[in-house]
Write a protein that binds this ligand. Structure first.
Ligand code: C2E
Ligand code: CA
Ligand code: CA
Length: 634
């Protein structure tokens, strides 16, 4: 604060100057008049004396006021100094900067330390110099915005004013600043002053950014995640411009994971995401929305032919060879495509429809499918069933039936085949021919398989407890289950848990090329056999296998498929063929089961085949636990 700027000081100076001028004037008058006047002179002298006394009084009072003013000014300065000192002491170790604003909205004070912390010297610059460091984006309308917000704030009678902006310090570093002010009102309720702090919140901001990154981006691929792409799609819908959504999904990715390990699987995903990023148009968005699922949003093409060409190109790139960790790899992937707004006008519908198209592509073994209204019904129904299936175990909807297997020579029950049953309240009874393939597609087969295994072994252990007889239990196992590395341990665990002898467990595996070709699986089969568990090749005669090819597999039983058995009753050649298979199997130490024996007549013919076991409706359909007990007691 400067002396000359004080209004009181100016008043004192002006009055002093005036008085001195009057005084000089009086002296002049006195000298001049004393020589030219007579009697009147005395009167003038008294007047002169009077004026002189007043002048002297005013002068003295001015001197006194000046003295007081000087005293007050120095006191003010001292108090500011003290205030600064106090602030400085309080905030010496923080990057917080204090400020004071007066009722005229002008800044009156900033703490020098804060100025220093952003690279400025408060003594050598204008008081508001720091505002020049505010980033242009944040500065734009800074003043306007400030005033507007501030006024609004005042009108709501709130005591605190908060704002945020970035500044670039003289070293070029960006700081996020948060300004918090506390507003003071005078007795009339008008704005009196505001004081507060400027805080460097850069670290919080970085942290915030990290959290955002975590919430919106997939850490493996660095691509936007499902949440982010959903918001992007929402935004795109709001813009109401045509765009295409492509949902890409790697076929049988689980196989890659199971065969090469998850770390390798991750590398495949990273490689796929890199390829996608490299091949899509710059304005397109690629997101990683699930373990092996990607979404691409594109507005690069308008007409269907072009989009189709683009889709074809992307799939071609993704499905071509990869070399990862010296392993050459090739796989396929499928894509569902839907176009906004033609195929759906809302986010939810769009996502459902692109999913429908994707399922359709998968199911029909097409590489890509554009959404069509007609797909919806069938696939939606299937999707519904699939979703219900995933919850079938926890909802207690899954249970087992048992079909007796009859010993050929004694005609007694040798054991039972456990067959999964699913009854859903809404969907009714669904048959395994429908839900097992679904379980295989979704990977739910693992859960289902373990459930069936445990339930079945539990049941025959109870039968043993009740009837003191071990019945063999046949459990169906899908080849997909054999890809689970924990499969063997799990079987062992369940046997131990129920104290059930391994030799009474028989795992039925459907013949397939995979079974013959996959070395890992063959090893697994042989390890299962080493545990003492039996293995049947199921549905023999329906696929590619010849008996010869089965020799190399560690198999104990062959189950001749019911279609073949039924043909044997009418076709002489088939009868002969089966006979050959049975003889050969016996020579190779394998036992044979004939499936699908439905009548007495069929039994007679099958008996001539010299098989070891019989199974079919003629003896019993698959039945509940209760019925099994009745069957045993019969
Ligand atoms: P599968 O292993 O060949 O099971 C025998 C199927 O033939 C059963 O059908 C059974 O009800 C039926 N069947 C039995 N005797 C006769 C007969 O005399 N005549 C006729 N026409 N059919 C007969 P289901 O229970 O519908 O099972 C169908 C398929 O589902 C099974 O064929 C099996 O491949 C699969 N499956 C069932 N349960 C499971 C399971 O727990 N796990 C796995 N992976 N697959 C299962
Ligand atoms: Ca079976
Ligand atoms: Ca079968």
């Amino acid at each position: 604060m400067k002396f000359t700027k004080n209004p009181l000081a100016i008043r004192i100076i002006i009055s002093s100057v005036l008085i001195i001028m009057i005084f000089i004037n009086e002296i002049y008058l006195h000298v001049y008049l004393s020589s030219s006047m007579g009697d009147e002179y005395n009167l003038m002298t008294s007047l002169y004396m009077f004026l002189t006394i007043i002048t002297i009084i005013v002068l003295f009072s001015n001197v006194y006021l000046t003295y007081r003013l000087g005293l007050k000014l120095s006191k003010d300065q001292e108090s500011i100094k003290k205030r600064e000192e106090r602030y400085r002491k309080l905030f010496r170790h923080t990057s917080e900067g204090l400020y004071d604003m007066d009722s005229d909205y002008k800044m009156k004070y900033y703490s020098p330390d804060w100025y220093k912390s952003i690279g400025l010297d408060i003594n050598s610059t204008k008081i508001d110099a720091w505002t020049n460091l505010i980033l242009d984006e944040d500065k734009e309308g800074f003043n306007e915005r400030f005033k507007k917000r501030f006024k609004k704030q005042l009108s709501t009678d709130q005591e605190y004013y908060v704002s945020e902006y970035r500044i670039k310090d003289i070293h070029g570093e960006i700081h996020w600043i948060e300004a918090i002010g506390r507003v003071q009102f005078d007795e009339n309720g008008d704005f009196a002053s505001m004081s507060g702090v400027h805080r460097d919140i850069t670290r919080n901001k970085v942290h915030e950014q990290e959290i955002l990154q975590m919430a919106y981006y997939d850490p493996l691929t660095n691509l936007p995640n499902r949440l982010k792409i959903t918001e992007d799609i929402k935004e795109a819908i709001e813009l109401n411009k045509k765009f295409t959504i492509m949902y890409l999904d790697i076929d049988n990715f689980k196989y890659i994971n199971d065969t090469y390990g998850h770390m390798f699987g991750d590398k495949v995903i990273v490689e796929v995401s890199n390829r996608l990023k490299a091949i899509v148009h710059e304005s397109d968005i690629v997101a990683h929305v699930g373990s092996d699922e990607f979404v691409i949003i594109s507005s690069s093409y308008i007409n269907k032919k072009q989009i189709e060409g683009y889709v074809y190109y992307i799939l071609n790139e993704i499905n071509s060879q990869y070399i990862i960790e010296n392993t050459t790899l090739k796989f396929t992937s499928s894509m569902g495509v839907a176009v906004f707004p033609e195929d759906a006008s809302t986010l939810r519908k769009l996502m459902i429809n692109v999913d429908i198209a994707r399922y359709d592509a998968k199911e029909n073994r097409n590489r890509y499918r554009f959404y069509e209204a007609s797909m919806g019904k069938i696939t939606a129904e299937k999707a519904k069933i699939k979703n219900a299936l995933l919850k079938s175990i926890e909802n207690n909807e899954l249970y087992l039936n048992y079909q007796p297997i009859i010993d050929f020579s004694t005609k007694e029950i040798a054991g039972f085949e456990a067959l999964a049953r699913w009854e859903n309240q809404e969907l009714g009874q669904i048959y395994p021919d429908e839900f097992i393939p679904m379980a295989e597609q979704t990977g739910f087969i693992h859960q289902l398989g373990y459930f069936v295994l445990e339930e079945a072994i539990k049941f025959v252990s109870i039968l043993f407890h009740d009837y003191k007889k071990y019945y063999k239990i046949n459990v169906n196992v899908s080849t997909i289950q054999l890809q689970d590395e924990k499969f063997l341990d799990h079987v062992q665990e369940v046997l131990v848990k129920y104290q059930f002898p391994a030799k009474y467990l028989n795992l039925e595996i459907t013949e397939s090329l995979e079974l013959e070709n996959n070395k890992k699986m063959r090893n697994l089969l042989s390890n299962i056999r080493k545990m003492g568990v039996e293995i049947s090749i199921d549905d023999f005669g329906t696929g590619y296998s010849s008996v010869n090819s089965l020799i190399s597999l560690s198999v104990s039983h062959i189950k001749i498929d019911k279609t073949l058995v039924q043909q044997a009753t009418t076709i002489q050649e088939v009868h002969k063929l089966i006979k050959g298979v049975v003889d050969f199997s016996h020579a190779m130490n394998m036992l044979v089961v004939a499936e699908g024996v439905e009548t007495k007549g069929m039994e007679d013919i099958v008996l001539g085949l010299n098989v070891d076991y019989l199974q079919g409706y003629y003896y019993s359909k698959p039945i509940s636990e209760e019925k099994v007990r009745e069957f045993i007691l019969k």
